[in-house]
Design a protein around this ligand. Structure first.
Ligand code: GLC
Length: 447
């Protein structure tokens, strides 16, 4: 099976599942600062972590088992009942170094953790609300431990922070289903925005250098474009080097000419073609849910996950691959296994992912990335006959296998000037083998 088919498969299985039908891809980032974006572009691969009170409920409420991190909203859990879950948050097995270690071993360079999801619960010791880690039996500041562990391991800590909040008394609008039990009397959205800013201030002042702020839940009408603009600026003021995703931006009645954010965030998809000149990151789940669901064992295969990583890199984007840790503080076994398998592949082939740019080939039966004077070809099918490198204008100095630099596939040129690669011997990797083409100068590929 080729990478194209492999990469499409997860999406056909996932179609229509997501909590909401949001595809936040409409915003075009403004001119980014190359220096600030450099580490992120180099990274290409990060870990998304959805962890909170919903992880304790594990996707189940009153006999139904298809919930995730949206459980309070989708199962209509009354606020008081959800508040009760705070007392059950005691993940005694949580070990930030172990989590970050698994990310690092998988070849990931950053970790984006839910400092607060839509339910409003904060995984950090938020001085502005008791609805946070401080009120749990656990008490330890998860964000602090994760930020410190990331830095020890050389990874960038990043915060996912929801703008929408189903808990704060000043947040508006209320969910329709709880309008009667949670009246809006006295609610003041401006005060909520001050709370949000105060939370962001703590996240960007108290935890050292943060790689990215990843906002979400920005789609309700109360969050305006102007508010998004202000929040973007506020983040940059607090940490000039922080990068901010496009979901910081709010709605506007008029056409937005100054969309906010440094990178786009396609969700559960890899865009059909990349977006040249635009930074983007596809966020994708390993199974069907972002938050832990004990009943969801519908995990993508290692082949599919490696395929997604190769696909995003070859289109010039990043992959933010999700793990939904369990209530005890451990990762689901399926996630642990898949991360380890991706790590085995990345230890051999990671150089063809990290620090690369998009494929130069417009239309080829293989995926590819570029790095300076090098082209990497990703081969899922080990061709029996010569593989045409249609459009390649430069002649490689050498061709080799990334897994075995002493093996040199032959490159030949036919009468019409097309070059071909002849691969002998067995494929070095059962999932995806990488061929390296080295040139004397940056290679050229035409139509
Ligand atoms: C959606 C969902 C949310 C999830 C996010 C990840 O916006 O609302 O639950 O965290 O996607 O991209």
């Amino acid at each position: 099976m080729g990478l194209g088919a492999m990469a499409l498969d997860p999406f056909s299985r996932l179609a229509g599942f997501s909590g909401i039908g949001l595809s936040a891809t409409s915003v075009f980032p403004p001119g980014q600062d190359d220096g600030r974006m450099a580490w992120w572009r180099e990274a290409r691969f990060g870990m998304f972590l959805h962890w909170g009170l919903y992880s304790i409920l594990a996707g189940e409420w009153e006999g139904k088992t298809n919930y995730g991190e949206w459980i309070r909203n989708n199962a209509h859990i009354p606020l008081a009942a959800y508040d009760g879950v705070v007392q059950r948050f005691n993940p005694t097995m949580f070990d930030a170094d172990a989590w970050v270690g698994m990310a690092k071993d998988a070849g990931m360079k950053y970790v984006t953790l839910t400092s607060k999801h839509h339910d409003g619960f904060c995984l950090f010791d938020n001085e502005l609300t008791p609805f946070c880690i401080r009120s749990t039996p656990f008490q330890r500041d998860v964000c602090r431990e994760m930020a410190d562990a990331c830095r020890r391991a050389g990874l960038h800590p990043c915060w996912y922070h929801s703008i929408m909040d189903w808990h704060h008394p000043d947040y508006l609008p209320r969910r329709d289903w709880e309008a009667a039990t949670r009246p809006v009397d006295g609610a003041n959205y401006e005060r909520y925005v001050r709370y949000l800013r105060g939370s962001v201030e703590q996240l960007l002042r108290n935890y050292g250098e943060i790689g990215a702020m990843w906002f979400d839940g920005q789609w309700e009408h109360t969050w305006t474009h102007q508010m998004g603009r202000d929040l973007y600026r506020y983040c940059r003021q607090l940490q000039p080097s922080v990068i901010v995703n496009n979901r910081v931006d709010g709605w506007s009645a008029t056409q937005i000419t100054d969309p906010q954010g440094d990178f786009r965030t396609p969700e559960q998809e890899v865009p059909a073609t990349g977006w040249p000149g635009v930074d983007w990151e596809s966020c994708i789940t390993m199974n069907r849910n972002w938050g832990y669901n004990a009943h969801d064992h519908d995990f993508k295969s290692v082949e599919q996950l490696i395929g997604l990583l190769v696909e995003t890199a070859s289109k010039g984007g990043n992959l933010l691959l999700n793990v939904g840790p369990k209530a005890d503080g451990t990762f689901p076994e399926e996630s642990v296994d898949r991360l380890a398998a991706m790590g085995r592949w990345m230890r051999v082939n990671g150089d063809a992912i990290h620090g690369t740019t998009a494929s130069l080939f417009a239309d080829a039966p293989f995926r590819s990335t570029t790095k300076g004077t090098r082209i990497h070809l990703f081969l899922t099918d080990w061709p029996a006959g010569p593989l045409k490198l249609t459009g390649l204008r430069s002649v490689p100095r050498t061709a080799s296998l990334m897994a075995d630099p002493d093996r040199h596939p032959a490159v030949t040129t036919d009468g019409s000037g097309d070059q071909s690669l002849t691969l002998t011997g067995p494929a070095p990797d059962p999932v995806c083998s990488v061929v390296v083409l080295d040139f004397d100068r940056p290679p050229e590929v035409g139509a």
